[in-house]
Design a protein around this ligand. Sequence first.
Ligand code: SAH
Length: 420
Amino acid sequence: MKTLRLKPGKERSLQRRHPWIFESAIARGAADPGETVRVESHDGAFLAWASFSPASKIRARAWSFVETQRIDAAFLASVCVRAVKARGLFDLQSDGVRVIHGEADGLPGLIVDRYGDTLVAQFLSAGVERWKDALADALLAATGLGKLYERSDASGREREGLKPITGWLRGEGATDITIREHDWQLSLNIATGHKTGFYLDQRDSRQRFAELAQHRRFRRVLNCFCYTGGFTVAALAGLKAAGALEGAELVSVDSSLPALNLARANVALNGFGGGQGEGEGEGEGQGDAGSGAKTEFLDANVNTLLREFIDQGRTFDAIVLDPPKFAPTVAHAERAARAYKDINRLALKLLEPGGVLLTFSCSGGIGADLFHKIVASAGLDAGVDGYISERLGAAPDHPMTIEFPEGEYLKGLVVVRKPA
Ligand code: SAH
């Protein structure tokens, strides 16, 4: 068994069960990619069993802090079983579920989402790459499913010195899948969609938006960075429950044409769209399929479009801002902060008095406090007074743990503009 010896003082974070061992903390020791190493303090005390990653700044990631634990297929299988069991603790209201959420589930670098009867996995560290076969079998056994598609094409692979790999790892089936979520259905594509195909983490914020739509009977909704239309479908479902579809207008914006086409299809799938003026494969269009609501899908850059809407004097009583990750790490925080502030300032200007803004950041490099400050200063610059009425976060199948604060990547705020 190979050993990593840490520099004096570098044992602290492992003693607090934080799973990362940075290159700079290591005095000596090396191993093959993904090989299990014994990590010890400068004076030889056991700290953890970890997988070695020679290419990454995160040079090793802990599997276990128990000295007697053997790291083998049986151990990994037990960790998978425990993660699946944990999902049963929450009322998730969906058959799209994050089954393994990396470090928070004790499997650093592994992301597994379940869509109906299909698992989709991202193997993003040297450790889980080395144990891929054992993990694939363990995941299917733990879930009782037969199909696993690999989407190991995220940028994190590169930092681990791993090449992108995609395709069926176990079984085979359709890559177009429809899931049920709360009161609606959503189609996604596991081969071509972002990440594993869908943003499961926003599930409960979509539900919150549906509730707000029902209560507030929104007339004009703007869903920015709509991807496959989840927040739009949620708003429509809420309006339907309130009997308030008639005359509502919903604008959905994204810069990805395939995503927009799926957004339109998802609106239709739930009985809200698919009307005239919507050519097959066309990026933009309007529709009213008798649901009474008008839906519009715009292939545009959100930053440009928000400015155009301001020039046109358009306003909305509900806006969603769910941009991509502007700051993957703290190093990008400053530039990202400006970008977040900019879109929030523009969105707040478009918000009617009494209107509601749901604004999000999925940047690990921007903490909840900083995000709050960014949105507050966007309000100041926009000359818009608001209440922060709620804080939102990732759904509970994307758990945060005490040991791993990096797990809190997604934060959202509900801002209500003060009435005139
Ligand atoms: N709200 C979505 C997830 C949004 S992901 C959901 O609930 O599923 C972020 C989206 O922003 C992606 O679909 C991406 O295509 C889009 N995007 C990134 N930069 C953009 C830009 N400048 N203008 C418009 N869309 C953008």
